[in-house]
Design a protein around this ligand. Structure first.
Ligand SMILES: CC(C)(COP(=O)(O)OP(=O)(O)OC[C@H]1O[C@@H](n2cnc3c(N)ncnc32)[C@H](O)[C@@H]1OP(=O)(O)O)[C@@H](O)C(=O)NCCC(=O)NCCS
Length: 132
């Protein structure tokens, strides 16, 4: 787990996923569709969950997603994850999306954040304890 007192210019947690935005992922304004961004965040949290659970898991809740900046086509999208809590069968992962927009020279900026809750599942798809 990461020290949350770090400055807002520093991503929280570790890099779990990095990708490039494409024209097919735009909304009616020509910016990147929020649902696409949430999908990347879910994948990033899923990758982190896989490392902990080492088996089947599923997203049970997505909380407090906030879109802070528009994301343009051609931006590098980096999803950082930080485990907030490991419960009995669930774990909560804070996800931050940072972008490098090619259209401006502002460097790395936080574009979105949210809390993703995953549940470890057995072969029958029922919750099972996470090994600590
Ligand atoms: C995940 C699933 C198996 C959980 O079943 P369930 O009967 O609700 O399980 P439980 O009530 O025992 O909860 C399991 C854990 O999830 C947590 N949880 C359940 N709903 C939650 C919510 N809305 N927010 C936060 N945590 C939640 C519980 O607190 C519990 O955590 P703990 O064991 O660490 O204390 C079931 O809801 C499911 O299959 N959902 C679909 C998942 C899926 O397909 N996701 C992909 C996107 S569609």
């Amino acid at each position: 787990m990461t020290n949350t007192t770090e400055t807002s210019t520093t991503p929280r947690g570790e890099l779990a996923l990095q990708t490039l935005t494409m024209p097919k992922d735009t909304n009616a304004n020509g910016d990147i569709f929020g649902g696409w961004l949430v999908s990347q965040m879910d994948l990033a949290a899923g990758i982190m969950t896989k490392r902990v659970v080492q088996g089947r898991s599923a997203t049970v809740a997505i909380k407090d997603v906030v879109f802070l900046l528009p994301v343009s086509v051609g931006a590098i999208v980096s999803c950082y994850t930080d485990i907030v809590k490991i419960g009995n069968t669930s774990l909560q992962i804070a996800v931050e999306v940072w972008i490098n927009n090619t259209r401006n020279s502002k460097g790395r900026q936080k574009a979105a954040e949210g809390l993703f809750v995953f549940v470890a599942l057995d072969e029958q798809g029922k919750p099972q304890p996470i090994p600590h």
